[in-house]
Design a protein around this ligand. Sequence first.
Ligand SMILES: NC(=O)c1ccc[n+]([C@@H]2O[C@H](COP(=O)([O-])OP(=O)(O)OC[C@H]3O[C@@H](n4cnc5c(N)ncnc54)[C@H](OP(=O)(O)O)[C@@H]3O)[C@@H](O)[C@H]2O)c1
Length: 260
Amino acid sequence: MTDADALPHRFEGQVALVTGASRGIGFAIAQRLVAEGARVCLTARKPNPLAEAVAALPAGRAIGVAGGSGDPAHRAETLDTIAREFGGLDVLVNNAGMNPVASPLVDLDLDIARKINEINLLGTLGWIQGAVRHEALQFAARGGRIINVASVTGYTPSEGIGMYGVTKAALIHLTRTLAVELGPRIRVNAVAPAVVKTQFARALYEGKEDDVTAAYPLKRLGTPEDVAGGVAYLASDDASWVTGQTVTLDGGLLSAGGAA
Ligand SMILES: NC(=O)c1ccc[n+]([C@@H]2O[C@H](COP(=O)([O-])OP(=O)(O)OC[C@H]3O[C@@H](n4cnc5c(N)ncnc54)[C@H](OP(=O)(O)O)[C@@H]3O)[C@@H](O)[C@H]2O)c1
């Protein structure tokens, strides 16, 4: 856990939206941005855990809007709520992502493949379109920053989660493409984590953590806070000349020839 008192205050007066933020990586990102001065809107599908996450952040600094990232009405409601409650948007973190099945691509039900694309890829593009087009949010005028949460599976194939990896590879290219389209006023970057200890990744390490970490030069798995630190860097003025990049956060896994 990062010591909040030791952090810089790079987001004082700024507003951020973090999707998929009731737990795991998204919650750690929201926590980090708030600790550095931002007010943050969190989203997730289930209202109760979302309300608990908002309540765990300092009073007056966070709001939540429940809904699924693939739902255009939820995206519109969330952006309108941010405009009304916070008056603008500076940082959009597209963190919501899913992988409902383990299956080789050749056996994958195409309706499930569509769903994975709808959330991981098209949902992300939908949030970006919504933020950029929303006049009251003044996203471009405020020097908006977009950070997409990709994955090392977007670089190297991982068994059983092929379509998930394909959507993350597409996110990495979406990031580059939008950086070109949206400059100079908006910066667009991504992070690509290897295995991070969250509910989502539990099956990848539970009961075999020593074996899994052996492949990592830094000899440990990632924490949500590791990812939050990378996202905060990309969202901050410390990265003011960085756009179109995907920062790999993997404890050295890819350098050692591994795959998540
Ligand atoms: N953990 C890893 O090893 C790892 C590695 C690389 C990349 N990632 C990426 O990091 C992101 C976050 O993963 P995580 O590990 O933090 O997962 P997590 O612990 O399972 O948390 C996922 C969060 O997203 C919400 N969520 C799930 N589906 C959603 C949807 N359709 N719309 C809106 N919110 C949704 C969940 O709440 P509800 O269930 O209430 O909606 C929850 O708040 C994902 O994009 C994932 O692909 C994770």
